[in-house]
Design a protein around this ligand. Structure first.
Ligand code: GLN
Length: 543
């Protein structure tokens, strides 16, 4: 097993996750089986209880793990399926150590960060690295380990120490340390400054880890002088100083690392499979798209695109498949509401909605903006505009349909109005009311087709069922299904009990689809998720 440890310095948000996934792509293109582990040094057990506003989207795995969005990057870049243990958090590791202490595993000993926590971290890494991830039963050949946060953070120090020890545990020749840093550009002539990188490497080396490779984020390619200087001050050969400068799209990142000789440094032949040429085609295809398609995203965290990262990626995958340049028009749902105080914002939101080729209402929690989302669903239904509702997006469209087609005044979800006159969407009976962490209906569940033929079924193609990932507490009220269906909103996909609604499709509409699950978590570049592909096809007249 070969390990690549990716740490970060200077500041967060340098694209450490994309760098780490790109290195994974290079290893995979050399024919290796690759897996990955993301370490998040916070005390939460998982990302499930964290706000997307602060932390970006909560990514959901097949096994129901609610994890950091970087695991989404790994799944998409490497086309693998990870499990919840691939996201190691301080919450998880401390729970494990404390549980062992209570059991008496350390009887007689004082339990300490070193060696007990650091040992537990190393065992976890070794164990998880050996779990198959690419759908076969084969043990991976290489594991990318990404350490979240920035070197020097108090929280990450036990992990740095564990990884320092790890190189001796598994053999120095089996570990490559990669440090991602920033090279800012200053002054009128655009001087590339090396000092921040010098400092962060000094700090890392002070903790006992000497990086083998430096990856430097910058606006423009590093010049030779900067490279030489970094090499001299940071104890790496100049050819191991990589430049990750701005590129038109992220698919260029593995290619630019390969062009700078990263594969030689890793000692692998990146051309032993055709994978890299596929990436090259994809990166250039995306650059050349010029005809636009406008998708209105009606959501809540619209000024923070990380909150909807996988949805954006899925739209992108689908847009590439229909040869269009994707333009997402972000609409803050509450701006659409009739009583929104700012007339300008209200008018702009409606103008944007009306000029969009398609409308997407993504998942969400809490009642802010819900009435605006209901109005967006109404607009799409009545104007024949293609619509995709995901999770909450399915629920608001159902509420809208109950109110305006069935005439059920006051129809709502009990999430937003406990005493709703008509409970169109209700709390699922099996869900815990007292514990919010990890208690939703989570992970991969089968959806069975209820009809022989319909648009969404054709998009999914062959197969008796669809396997997608879930994350919700509420569902369409089973008592209303018959009436809703009689009026034309048909639940064409249900769970294995035949009770729970998973997919609806509106009769007589070009594309009006709701899914209770989150198809965005399984979309891949080159293999777009069917509901997204349908939306993009319908929005460009190609369905
Ligand atoms: N809040 C809704 C529920 O819990 C929708 C969840 C979601 O969109 N992920 O069912």
């Amino acid at each position: 097993m070969k390990y690549v440890v990716v740490s970060g310095g200077v500041l967060s948000g340098l694209g450490k996750g994309v760098t780490a996934s790109s290195i994974g792509v290079l290893l995979k293109s050399a024919g290796l089986r690759v897996t990955s582990i993301k370490i998040d040094p916070y005390l939460n057990s998982d990302a499930g209880t964290m706000s997307p506003f602060e932390h970006g989207e909560v990514f959901v795995l097949d096994d129901g793990g609610e994890v950091d969005l970087d695991l989404g990057n790994y799944e998409r870049f490497l086309d693998i399926n990870l499990g919840k243990d691939n996201n190691l958090t301080t919450g998880k590791i401390y729970s494990k150590v404390i549980e062992a202490e209570r059991r008496g595993d350390y009887l007689g000993k004082t339990v300490q960060v070193i060696p007990h926590v650091t040992d537990a971290v190393q065992e976890w890494i070794e164990d998880v690295a050996h779990q198959p991830a690419d759908g076969s039963d084969e043990i991976p050949d290489a594991c990318i380990i990404e350490l979240g946060g920035t070197v020097g953070d108090i929280e990450s120090s036990p992990y740095i120490e564990a990884l320092r020890q790890f190189q001796f545990r598994v053999g120095r020749e089996n570990v490559t340390f990669v440090h991602v840093s920033l090279v800012p550009v200053m002054g009128p002539v655009g001087e590339q400054k090396t000092k921040p990188t010098q400092h962060t490497v000094k700090e890392l080396r002070g903790l006992g880890i000497t990086p083998d490779i430096l990856v430097c984020r910058s606006t423009a390619p590093l010049n030779d002088e900067t490279r030489e200087k970094l090499a001299a001050f940071c104890h790496v050969p100049p050819q191991a100083v990589m430049s990750t400068h701005d590129v038109p799209n992220i698919y260029h990142v593995p290619l630019m690392l390969q062009e700078q000789g990263l594969c030689d440094i890793l000692g692998v032949d990146c051309h032993s499979t055709s994978l890299l040429s596929d990436w090259k085609i994809m990166a250039h295809h995306l650059d050349t798209l010029s005809e636009e398609v406008h998708i209105a995203m009606v959501g809540k965290y619209t000024n923070l695109s990380d909150a909807y990262l996988s949805v954006i990626k899925s739209l992108q995958h689908a847009a590439m498949a229909v040869d269009r340049k994707l333009i997402i028009d972000w609409i803050e749902a509450s701006h659409l509401e009739t009583d929104w105080g700012d007339k300008n914002e209200h008018d702009t939101a409606w103008a944007q909605l009306k000029q969009a080729d398609g409308v997407l209402v993504p998942g969400g929690f809490g009642d802010r903006g819900v009435e605006g989302k209901i109005l967006a669903a109404n607009y799409a239904r009545t104007s024949n505009t293609p619509y995709l509702g995901i999770c909450l997006g399915l629920q608001v469209a159902t509420i809208e349909f109950c109110r305006n087609v069935l005439g059920l005044e006051g129809a709502n979800s009990t999430e937003f109005d406990e005493n709703a006159k008509t409970a169109a969407v209700v709390f699922m009976p099996e869900i815990s009311k007292t514990h919010l962490g990890g208690t939703m209906r989570l992970g991969a569940r089968p959806t069975l087709w209820q009809v022989d033929d319909c648009a969404i079924k054709r998009l999914y193609g062959e197969g008796e069922s669809v396997d997608e990932r879930h994350r919700h507490r509420y569902e369409v009220n089973p008592d209303l299904i018959e009436r809703i269906e009689a009026a034309g909103l048909v639940f064409v996909g249900k769970d294995e009990t035949g009770q729970r609604c998973e997919i609806f499709e509106l009769e007589g509409h070009p594309y009006y689809i709701g899914v209770q699950y989150h198809p965005e978590f399984k979309s891949r570049p080159g293999r777009p998720s069917p509901p997204f592909l349908g939306l993009l096809k319908a929005s460009t007249g190609q369905l």
